[in-house]
Write a protein that binds this ligand. Structure first.
Ligand SMILES: [Zn+2]
Length: 256
C-alpha cells in the first residue's frame, strides 16, 4: 500500500471533492464538477485511478462523465440507477480496494439524506457525503428521521480518531444552530473560535473527527438532557425518544 494524502478540491460554492493522492496518482470522492478536478490533476501531473460516489445528487456525481471521457477508471457507488456511470455497485459490508493505492475501504449504507446513500470507511478516514457534516447532518430528502438516526449512530460507532471528510463546508452555520440547542457546550464554543479563524483565512474546517462530532454535533447527541430539553421546547411537548428528538431538531434547523 502506498502512502497518500487527502486534499480538498473546491467546487461550486461550498463543495469539497476529496482527493486521495500520492506523487503520481489520485482518486476522487464525489466529483460534482470535472473542471476543478482536471485543473488540479493537470497542475499536479496526476493520473486519475478511481472515482467514489456516496449518493446520486448532481453536485456529487455531475463530473463523472467528463472525467471518464479522459480516464477510463472504475467508479464505486451505490446500487442506484440514478448514477449510471457506476461500474462497481456496492452495499453494506462490501470491501473495495483502490487501484494503485491498494487501500481498502468498507462500505456502509447510511440512508436518510437519500435512500441509497453510502459511506466509505478505511485507512482512518470516513467519506460520508451529505449524511454527517461537522456539527450537523444532511437534510432528509428521501429518508425518515429514524433512518437518519440509525445511520448517524452507525457512523458514530467507528473509532473516535477517524477523520471525517464531509461533502460541504457548512461548519460555521451548523455551529450557530448547535449553540441554540446547547448554549453551554464548552467544546462547541471552543470549536467555533477555531473554525472562525480557519474560515477567516479561507481554510477548510474539515476534516473533523468522530470524537469531535460526538462532543459537538446535536444530531449525534440526541440522548443528552440539554438536547432533549431544547428539542422538546421547540416541539412544544416533552420528547423522550432519540428519533423524535432528531426529527424535531432537524425540522427546527430547516427554519433556523
Ligand atoms: Zn446531497
Amino acid at each position: 500500500m502506498s502512502a497518500f494524502e487527502i486534499v480538498p478540491v473546491r467546487a461550486f460554492s461550498d463543495n469539497y471533492i476529496w482527493t486521495l493522492r500520492d506523487s503520481t496518482r489520485a482518486a476522487v470522492v464525489d466529483p460534482g464538477d470535472a473542471r476543478p478536478v482536471i485543473e488540479y490533476l493537470d497542475r499536479q501531473k496526476l493520473e486519475l485511478v478511481a472515482i467514489l460516489n456516496t449518493h446520486h445528487h448532481a453536485d456529487h456525481v455531475g463530473g463523472n462523465a467528463a472525467l471518464l471521457a479522459r480516464w477510463r477508471v472504475p467508479v464505486f457507488g451505490p446500487h442506484d440507477p440514478r448514477i449510471p456511470d457506476v461500474t462497481q455497485r456496492v452495499g453494506n459490508g462490501d470491501r473495495i480496494t483502490l487501484p494503485h493505492f491498494g487501500t481498502e475501504f468498507e462500505v456502509m449504507e447510511i440512508p436518510g439524506h437519500t435512500k441509497t446513500h453510502i459511506a466509505f470507511h478505511g485507512a482512518g478516514a470516513l467519506f460520508c457525503g451529505d449524511t454527517l457534516f461537522a456539527v450537523g447532518c444532511g437534510r432528509l430528502f428521501e429518508g425518515t428521521p429514524k433512518q437518519m438516526h440509525e445511520s448517524l449512530e452507525r457512523l458514530a460507532r467507528v473509532p473516535d480518531p477517524t477523520r471525517v471528510y464531509c461533502g460541504h463546508e457548512y461548519t460555521l452555520s451548523n455551529i450557530r444552530f448547535a449553540k441554540a440547542v446547547e448554549p453551554a457546550n464548552a467544546t462547541l464554543l471552543a470549536l467555533e473560535a477555531r473554525a472562525a479563524k480557519q474560515r477567516e483565512q479561507d481554510l477548510p474546517t474539515l476534516p473533523t473527527d468522530v470524537g469531535q462530532e460526538k462532543a459537538t454535533n446535536p444530531f449525534l447527541r440526541v440522548r443528552e438532557p440539554q438536547v432533549i430539553a431544547s428539542a422538546s421546547r421547540y416541539a412544544g411537548k416533552s420528547l423522550n425518544d432519540p428519533v423524535s428528538v432528531l426529527a424535531a431538531i432537524r425540522e427546527w434547523k430547516n427554519s433556523f
